[in-house]
Design a protein around this ligand. Sequence first.
Ligand code: 5GP
Ligand code: ZN
Length: 137
Amino acid sequence: MNCIFCDIVEKRAKAEILYENDLVISFLDIRPVNYGHALVIPKNHYKDFLSMPKSELDEVIKITQKISSAVYNSLKPDGFNVITNNGTAAGQSVFHFHFHIIPRFTNDSFSFRPQLKNYENGTMKEYAEKIKSEIKL
Ligand code: 5GP
Ligand code: ZN
């Protein structure tokens, strides 16, 4: 399987590594939205958020909070985003699960400016019912 993030984990490809342990590695994104844009990934290959086993997801989230704190305290941005893109339609381009930590500055180039919708009468409840019927704990 051809996966650039697996290559980074295995040190077959270079990366500016911020941190690693047995399960997780964090490195700088090669094409940052803002300088210091970091990625946090499981060392094992899972294609997306839904494929992550809970124990490894717990570790990825824990390390994502630690790296976010380091990005925030070292670079002093005005804020930061933690995001994960899932599926091509959502902007995913590397199909090895990862969180982005993106330092943000007031009036920087990055923006979500969606055309926000309104729910028609009653449809909000319909959407909630559909989703609730698939919640499996
Ligand atoms: P996605 O689009 O899947 O949410 O995010 C993938 C990210 O991986 C992109 O922001 C892209 O810049 C980054 N990326 C792709 N290839 C490499 C690489 O070889 N090295 C590093 N450090 N980042 C990469
Ligand atoms: Zn991979």
